[in-house]
Design a protein. Sequence first.
Length: 392
Amino acid sequence: MAKSITFIVTKDCQLACKYCYLVGKNVKERMQWPVAKQAIDYVLQHEYDFPQESVTWDFIGGEPFLEIDLIDRICDYIKTEMFRLNHHWFNSYRFSFSTNGINYHTEKVQNFIKKNREHLSIGITIDGTKKKHDLNRIWKGDGPERGSYEDVVRNIPLWIEQFPYAATKVTISSADIPYICESVLHLYSLGIHEVNINCVFEEVWNEGDDNLFEEQLIKLADAIIDGDYYEDYACSFFSEHIGKPMDKVLENQNWCGAGKMLSVDAAGNFYPCTRFAAYSLRSKKPIIIGNVTDGINKNKLRPFLTLDRCTQSRQECIDCEVASGCAWCQGENYDAAESPTIYHRATAICKMHKARVRANNYYWNKLYRKLELENRREEFEKNHRDVKPEIC
């Protein structure tokens, strides 16, 4: 397992996406080099506290590539220090980015990619068709609402050329449910082979959204299977491992890595996950587990290490017949709770998960039937090819 260490390099972004959980984005909080250096020094000089075999150095915002000069300096320093210290992460690391893609083509970003190509993971977020993308992913500002699709899609060919197996991340909220099927197929047409897609965890869903969601997923299932997309393309909504009762022993782990990850912001504060930073929270106070000067306070971190499915779920969720694959966000759990606790599971997506399971069952039943018929046909044709005509 890789350790995930995240730098919140800026809280600014060119966009004001309507479903964004970062409610406190601003132009003022930008990480400075001395803070970044202190964070790196602390992590690398406390090697015994980070025994994982490899590490992912993650960069987020806002939009991380707005701070490409700082990121370039950070990555250069990380590489040289890991080498100087003969650190066990040297040559076992990745630099990871999730970007809106707007600045992807710029000279500084491209030079950074060329320099670090063998240790990079970059995902560009594009939500699907122009209509769906522009519904939520809009430019910030006080003028008329303007979508960002054209500014992103122009960089997709370059991105795919450089990262042929890269995946995009699509977010679904109530307003864009009707565009799910056409959007996934559109992303396939752009050359994106893996579409990671999920519903927002917040309480945004309306009555009947689950039925519309199921209809769209069944429509998508038909398109993927009838069009043979399943041979070369993937969509995370369809998985063989969801929609089953939970094994209370083997599956009693936390859904995410909150507490096992480490995030640092512009002020030099450490968090168990970026979702516990102030700009990610609507109503709760941030949970700070240390800082670059004093290090990590393990007493503040300890509650996160005890988190699992059962410690935070209602009995209804534990006993649910389709519990497996039902996701949650630890930060949203905390933010949505009536009291300031991390031991409370938000269940806003319950109906959406159940609708996904129903559509998922439809997908795999249809695919298995198709593959079985094709196998029978191939076997029939093979047997008849092998039959030699009788000679009278």
